[in-house]
Design a protein around this ligand. Sequence first.
Ligand code: ZN
Length: 341
Amino acid sequence: MKAVFSEKHCSHDPQFFLVRGQVKRTTEQPERADRLLKGLKDGHHTLIKPTEFGQGPRARVHSPEYLRFLEDAWSEWTKLPDYGPEMIANIHPVRNAATYPTHITGKLGWHTVDTAAPIGPGTWEGACAATDTATTAAQMVLDGEDAVYALCRPPGHHAYRDMASGFCFMNNSAIAAAHLRQKHQRVAILDVDVHHGNGTQGIFYARGDVLTVSIHADPTAYYPFFWGFAHERGEGDGLGANLNIPLALGTGDDGFIDAIKVAAKTIQSFAPTALVVALGLDASEHDPLAALKVTTAGFERIGAALAQLGLPTVIVQEGGYLSDILGANLTATLKGFEAAR
Ligand code: ZN
């Protein structure tokens, strides 16, 4: 399989992560991409550098003021006296009859959901490389490739139209889906990251042309807590075009595969002509954020189940954190996919 990758991801190197009141180093580290890259090399996949598409594909999904904020954030921040090493908001408006702020501290609060998306000097460059990686993979599928993998870092599925959260700044999977929509009237996104794809759900919640399906750890006891429940089914034109399949903490291979079978029925009845897989590998039994217990053999079965949907597919990397088998889980997923194609 062809795999798109940019070394520019490493310009985004966040440090801050607030966990149960304790500041730790974030798990979303550049080394993740090194391990995933090794997984691609072990699988003998062909590496492609991304094309730079400019703002167009990003602007299909994100608001103009949000893109302007992300691009200018660091230079505005460093004009403040006593600015910190990373941008983390200390106030959020919760949008109740609020006015869009002009001060950078206000904009930071407006455009972030949580403290897990610190912005540093290289965040914009790294996040742009990730959207170009996803868009390049989508363009290759539009040009006739059957399936292409995009090694995106930072991940994207927690990013909303105008808000960053959960390690994510721009929604790579949503951008890939919107790019595919140029040619495909109906596109499905299947998110298999251990966390609910709340940003992706938010972006397409009122749209009937993009089906969003997410399989994830039960949000009653796991991030993102406020979204990802089965009763969230979309609204307006999008009513019925959003499916959440929460799994009990500790679910393993069989339970995950059963969930993909449920997802497959909804995808088939929606009748899309292209698919984006938001591929988190953090459902692994060895992931440091451990909530589910998928084995490496389980990821191979997941890859096969995704391939059996039979659609032109863009596979976008989402989560999956440092463990000794992170790369092997990617190799296994893509191996299962290719074998079942
Ligand atoms: Zn995740």
